[in-house]
Design a binder for this molecule. Structure first.
Ligand code: B12
Length: 355
């Protein structure tokens, strides 16, 4: 069911190879001497980065708002800094893309894309958005009323980064005893995993350490979940899936757990669910609610396709469709443009799970 892009999206897709060539030349013509130490690998990396730019640009085009592109650039600048890549190279690369798109898109198409690129360039010029960690400590990304002491989060982070599953287990169990499974998951695990992501981004830990931390925490969550108190079953059903190309399933798993603890009938499809299969599954199982997760703004067009596919097959009645995840951080206001019934930054903020 993977629908073909139309209009400006299709035009950008058709220009992709040319835009990558042009953008790479544009950068090397201007700061090639600074990039020389990376040799040929630098050019390959540069093309790959431009490819990502286009994907996130398409995410923004899909909703007619610069938000997904601006968020991405802000993250990218931090990442580049940790690799010692000159800060202005990101700005140059966006300018390079802008110069080729301005020339090759029609004036109507360019009018859709220009404000997004301009907002991106402007955000880079003003230094981007500060990361949560730069604001100090390991704070929950979504809620402010966490029961978990900052020192406890710090201890869990150190244990996970050291791969010390026994120490991590003691901390997670202690917090669950204190405040219950869901408050532990959102007040402790979510902010700690977010901080671990930032350490990876700054190259303070390796990919292997991040993978180990994820694997350990997933096991500990399962253990706490099976021992949590379950409500009696209720006649409500929810289907949860990460959209295609989203491999981040831990957050959605916690949402699935929250519904299960409330007595809902739950189907959790996990990461990277192909759009066509997802839509067909919704059509055959007819859940009351569909909950979708995306981790990157480049997945917004995929989310849009899933929602359109479900509506096309089942009309505008049930199921309700909601979405969340890091790919929508700060972008909840775009929910109507995506055809969604709700966008929520956290499990605790989903109204169906309220008291
Ligand atoms: C673990 C991890 C991975 C693991 C995921 C393993 C797994 N089985 O889930 C792996 C190794 C696969 C991975 C891969 C990548 N990752 Co990663 N990853 C993370 C990390 C460190 C933790 C994710 C996590 O589990 N968080 C804990 C959960 C509980 O939090 P959560 O996901 O935010 O979910 C909460 C809410 O968002 C919300 N929620 C989530 N979904 C939904 C849905 C609904 C309906 C609702 C209501 C709410 C909701 O509720 C949850 C509970 O509060 C994050 C850092 C971070 N900030 O989260 C980076 C992070 C998300 N990854 C990132 C990146 C860049 C990548 C890669 C591109 C890296 C690469 N070069 O390959 C790939 C992309 C893979 C893909 N295509 O999806 C970036 C994204 C940057 C950005 N802003 O765009 C982050 C932010 C790291 C960083 N700081 O740079 N990653």
């Amino acid at each position: 069911m993977d629908t073909l892009p139309s209009g400006v999206e299709r035009a950008i897709e058709n220009l992709r190879a040319e835009a990558l060539d042009h953008g790479t030349r544009y950068i090397y013509d201007r700061i090639g001497e600074h990039l020389a130490p990376w040799g040929e690998a630098g050019r390959v990396r540069c093309r790959a980065d431009l490819n990502w730019h286009l994907d996130f640009l398409l995410g923004a085009v899909a909703v007619g708002d610069p938000g997904p592109f601006v968020n991405y650039l802000s993250w990218l600048v931090d990442l580049m800094r940790s690799y010692g890549v000159p800060g202005d190279s990101v700005e140059l690369s966006v300018e390079g893309l802008a110069s080729v798109l301005r020339k090759r898109l029609s004036s109507e198409q360019w009018a859709e894309v220009a404000p997004i690129l301009a907002a991106g360039i402007q955000s880079l010029a003003s230094g981007g958005v500060a990361s949560a960690d730069a604001a100090g400590g390991i704070a929950p990304t979504h809620s402010t009323d966490s029961d978990v002491a900052p020192a406890t989060r710090q201890q869990l982070m150190s244990a996970l980064v050291a791969g010390d599953a026994v120490r991590a287990s003691g901390i997670v169990s202690g917090v669950t005893r204190q405040c219950g499974y869901l408050r532990m998951a959102e007040g402790l695990v979510q902010p700690v995993m977010s901080a671990i992501g930032e350490m990876w981004q700054r190259r303070e830990i390796s990919v292997a350490q991040e993978h180990l931390a994820s694997a350990v925490i997933q096991k500990l969550l399962v253990r706490e979940f099976v021992n949590a108190p379950f409500a009696d079953p209720v006649p409500r059903s929810v289907l949860l899936a990460c959209v295609a190309s989203n491999y981040h399933q831990l957050g959605l798993r916690i949402l699935a757990d929250a519904f299960e603890l409330k007595g809902w009938s739950v189907e959790f499809l996990g990461g990277d669910t192909p759009t066509g299969d997802l839509v067909r599954h919704v059509e055959s199982t007819r859940p009351d609610l569909v909950a979708l997760s995306l981790s990157l703004g480049r997945q917004i067009p995929i989310l849009k396709d899933v929602v359109a596919g479900i509506r096309e097959r089942l009309g505008s009645g049930p199921p309700r469709i909601i979405a969340g995840g890091p790919g929508l951080t700060g972008l909840g206001f775009l929910c109507p443009r995506l055809g969604l019934d709700g966008c929520y930054p956290s499990v605790a903020s989903v109204p169906d799970l309220g008291p």
